[in-house]
Design a protein around this ligand. Sequence first.
Ligand code: KMH
Ligand code: ZN
Length: 305
Amino acid sequence: MKHHDDVIITAALTGAIHVPTMSPNLPVTPAEIIEDGIAAAEAGASIIHVHARDPETGEPSSDPALFREIASGIRAETDAIVQPTTGGSAAMSVEERIATVPELEPETASCNMGSMNFGMYPLLNAYDEFEREWEPDYLDDSRDFIFRNTFGDIESLLETFDECGTKPELECYDVGHLYTAKHFLDRGLLDPPLRIQFVMGIHGGIGADPEQLTHMYRTAEKLFGDQYSFSVIGAGRQEFPLGVQGVSMGGHVRVGLEDNLYRGRGELAASNADLVEKMVELTKSVAGREIATPAQTREFLGLKG
Ligand code: KMH
Ligand code: ZN
């Protein structure tokens, strides 16, 4: 693993899994997403991972105009790295999902490393059993998803990343996705050092268990040696336990309402910044590491700035 002393914290603001009826604090409109992004950056997140939602319905949206509005609103007030999704939601086509990259030519964007079942509703590992009363209209008859990322899809996504000078963050939801990343590295379609996100605990992917995180780490070490760094998502209630494990192993971490709605058992997070603040505190007190600034993050990840 390529090492950096300080921890890169990503805040994932809203995503596509949770629905607005699950928490009044999930940002939906561009203004809400911008406000949460600015506060998360001020709390210590150097990367802000962004999805957009239809301001009326809350449904995940691929509209590039919404992404542009959100990115420029956050950048106007912070020097955080704005990272748009190309995962979008499992209900979108690959063409819809990639549209933000040529539109924004961002420093980095997410790039998903394989097709899988994707249980958007409910999320495994939540503190509470999800209730049917949380079901929004837009999920009524389309809950059984395949998240499509074929080898051909990934190849064309990576061509667009390359044309736009955008560094892909490789979202790996299972061990096989690491081997897919290795395949693209060997073919010269990825440039080292790789930035890998271990996505633990999505319904359809690897479990959010300490042993599985160790297994992802060992596999990445074997495949990539010092040509990669990693960050950890622990979905749902595993956000902080796996985050602490990841930073204790020398990695980085992602938190946010995209992945987890709770600060602790029975306590909804008040905002994305609330989750970032808790992760900053744990990083310092448990792992004894400091927090990377956006400038340090840009340099370490080799972003164009
Ligand atoms: N939704 C998360 C499970 C993406 O947006 O491309 C992973 C993610 C992927 O954030
Ligand atoms: Zn995302």
